[in-house]
Design a protein. Structure first.
Length: 160
């Protein structure tokens, strides 16, 4: 649930003003922004978790690092699993952006397929990714990229 809709709107507005495309390529020029290209491989999930934890700890956000790493794992897993069928770009990209009092995590992939949250089936081995993202983050969503594909994002609050 969004506790401060204006602060959340401000954070998301920055991504839309600058554009995920520019933020992902490092041309956004915003402080406290990290991006990392990831190949379509299973071990990209571990790399994304490590980058997320290290970045958040570097920003002094130790308490957020485990929840954010779990959410990033789910977003990257979905990108690897579902976006591999897309033609064109052959990598996914991780973006972390701190806009106090929030941290925005985004994973961009070349697929134009809209992410859909399924009702969790706790017996199945898959299908719970976006449920986990929704549970651990303040809010989540996705935006189309100008170059094609999409960025799926999750927003975390850094202050109580």
């Amino acid at each position: 649930m969004v506790e401060d809709p204006l602060a959340t709107a401000d954070c998301l507005e920055i991504t839309r003003e600058v554009g995920f495309d520019q933020l992902l390529t490092g041309r956004g020029g915003k402080p406290y922004t990290t991006s990392c290209p990831l190949p379509f491989q299973a071990d990209s999930v571990k790399t994304a978790r490590d980058v997320t934890r290290n970045t958040l700890r570097g920003w002094g956000l130790h308490d957020l690092s485990d929840d954010a790493a779990l959410v990033v794992s789910e977003l990257v897993t979905n990108a690897v699993r579902y976006a591999m069928r897309s033609s064109g770009r052959r990598e996914i990209e991780l973006l972390l952006m701190r806009v106090s009092p929030h941290v925005l995590l985004a994973v961009a992939d070349p697929s134009d397929e809209v992410p859909r949250r399924k009702e969790p089936d706790f017996i199945s081995e898959n299908g719970r990714g976006l449920y986990i993202v929704e549970t651990y983050s303040q809010s989540w969503g996705w935006d189309r990229l100008a170059r094609g594909g999409k960025a799926v994002w999750a927003l975390f609050r850094t202050e109580p």
